[in-house]
Design a protein around this ligand. Structure first.
Ligand code: SAM
Length: 198
């Protein structure tokens, strides 16, 4: 898909997301998409860091998946996990429309159940799901992260109080270089310095 059509698709998915969230009866029904400038930041990070394997926790309707996938090279792949069937199906439909060349492995299920089944070596792991499980799944996520891999966590300023322990874990570790990027709802990034799986 050429750039101009791809941008139009991204705008359409974002707009439908906003409309959906305005009419949603509960938080579970909301798509809660990343902001457009967050998408631009994620695409920039993917390209500038030569990322080829991405793991996304929290697909929703696939808006952030499309930002990542559009920035991946043809041999790239993104694995994304969503537990809500309706959102997962919506994501599949959006991904289908994008006619992407890279591989997209979309899973419908619980993050904690699916993570142990994945192959190690993700260059980037994006956290955008239920924040209360992040500390529990951290050991599994670290196992899956490639040497010199990057962790990105959304809502780092909008819900900073819920992410204190998570961000502190990386900031206190010699093995990571971290930054809080003031884009969208706040993107916390942690770069793994060394070649170690612990
Ligand atoms: C903030 S939304 C993700 C938005 C998406 N990244 C985007 O920007 O388009 C969080 C999603 O994670 C899903 N989710 C939350 N906790 C989960 C879990 N433990 N396992 C699987 N999916 C989960 C929710 O159903 C919700 O759709």
């Amino acid at each position: 898909m050429v750039n101009i059509e791809y941008n139009a698709l991204l705008s359409e998915v974002a707009e439908l997301g906003l409309k959906n969230d305005m009419n949603a009866k509960s938080k579970q029904d909301k798509y809660l998409n990343i902001t457009k400038d967050t998408g631009e930041f994620l695409a920039f990070l993917t390209k500038a860091s030569n990322v080829t394997r991405i793991l996304e926790l929290g697909t929703s309707n696939g808006y952030s998946t499309l930002w990542f996938a559009g920035a991946l090279p043809e041999n790239g792949e993104i694995t994304t996990i969503e537990r809500c069937v309706h959102k997962y199906q919506q994501a599949l439909a959006n991904i289908d429309r994008a006619r992407l060349k890279c591989r997209i492995n979309a899973f419908n299920g619980e993050i904690s159940t699916i993570l142990p089944k994945l192959q190690q070596g993700f260059d980037l792991i994006f956290f955008d799901a239920d924040r209360s499980i992040y500390m529990d799944i951290l050991p599994l996520a670290e196992k899956l992260l490639a040497p010199n891999g990057i962790i990105v966590c959304d809502n780092a300023t909008s819900h900073a109080h819920e992410l204190t322990a998570f961000m502190q874990y990386f900031s206190d570790s010699q093995r990571y270089t971290t930054a809080l990027v003031p884009v969208g709802k706040g993107e916390f990034v942690a770069y793994r310095n060394t070649h170690c799986y612990e």
